[in-house]
Design a protein around this ligand. Sequence first.
Ligand code: XIL
Length: 450
Amino acid sequence: MSLFQRSRSVLLAVAAAGVVVASGVAVIGTAEAATTLGASAAEKGRYFGAAIAAGRLGDSTYTGILTREFNSVTPENEMKWDATEPSQGRFTFTNGDRILNQGLSNGSKVRGHALLWHAQQPGWAQSLSGSALRSAAINHVTQVATHYKGKIHSWDVVNEAFADGGSGGRRDSNLQRTGNDWIEAAFRAARAADPAAKLCYNDYNTDGVNAKSTGIYNMVRDFKSRGVPIDCVGFQSHLGTGIAGDYQANLQRFADLGVDVQITELDVAQGGNQANIYAAVTRACLAVSRCTGITVWGIRDSDSWRTGENPLLFDNSGNKKAAYTSVLNALNAGGTTTPPSPSSPSPSTPPQPGGACSATISLNSWNGGFVATVRVTAGSAGLNGWTVGVTLPSGTAVTGTWSASGSGTSGAVTFRNVSYNGQLSAGGATEFGFQGTGAGPTATPTCSAG
Ligand code: XIL
């Protein structure tokens, strides 16, 4: 190697190191402004993503913009319940995997959307209710999150469960009718299946402090206080021609609860204010240190679900709109915002019992009934099948079970693993649940192998 070649390779190494510094912390000195959304967001420790559709991946204009501009993808429809479990227990991941691979091969993050939702359910789930639906829903969460384990940055575990209007309460749905704890049961199942993914609650009409966002805020606060695993809240931000003055303050109050916040489905009606509203959302996210990224719900106006509203950053031909420029400028002007501290969920290492396994119960009870969530933790040898024994107080009866098969409804009852959650590696854990009438169990359950 000549001296010239040697010094050139040293220079390249220094330059490469400089890029790492610039993308990880802050732009130093007079670095040129980033020229794509993803690169600029990355300089601020954030991602900039788009919802994409498997059916459009053959369109080179579309994929050209996608790979150039975005460093996160969300499947627009491909990971929803109707797409992934069209008949009960038969899972199809072909199109979800196409989105996943498109994202991963481009070095992008992948947001999972959405495990449970009242809409886009397969017909078979729409016709279920009660414990059959609860059990099917939790199984769905477990199976889908397990299939994508380790590959998803954030999952929308539950989508749109709160009602619009002033009640601040839950939306009525078949899922809601299985019991108010369906959301926490879903989050616990998702955590057990994929401990590395951030678990989000996602909703719309929450873009400011209002009755609906406050209802969600109260749920998140309750979850955090009781140790229900939740890491993030998604604000869809399907916006019209205005934006709430307290948009940023609303993000901040959620962040102050100890969760990340993400803008998950941004699109803004075309009109005089479109570019300004996009910029305001971008600035709000940059100003909240736990706002980890922004996703727009499609690439070109012609890709949008809001037909005729032209709500996206690229026109039908793939040209950058004024809204694009205003987002990029807002990102570049964002200064040297401290990137959010890494807050990947760090589930506490489960105790590794000396025996084959151990089980703990957490109880959600009310006058006359209860829901129990049981966590089964394998011992140091790992498990191929488990049995949990629970002693119920007299007068208590089990009325439904999910993610386990139960035997007996009163007195001493046992629960065995089902096909998909019997195998646990050493120290690994899974959860199942049951509900019943009367007072919940108070004694520690027993756990044995097989
Ligand atoms: C929309 C998709 O964009 C459409 O293609 C589909 O027909 C209906 O769903 N909130 C959500 C998204 O969480 O999943 C929705 O996506 C838009 C509203």
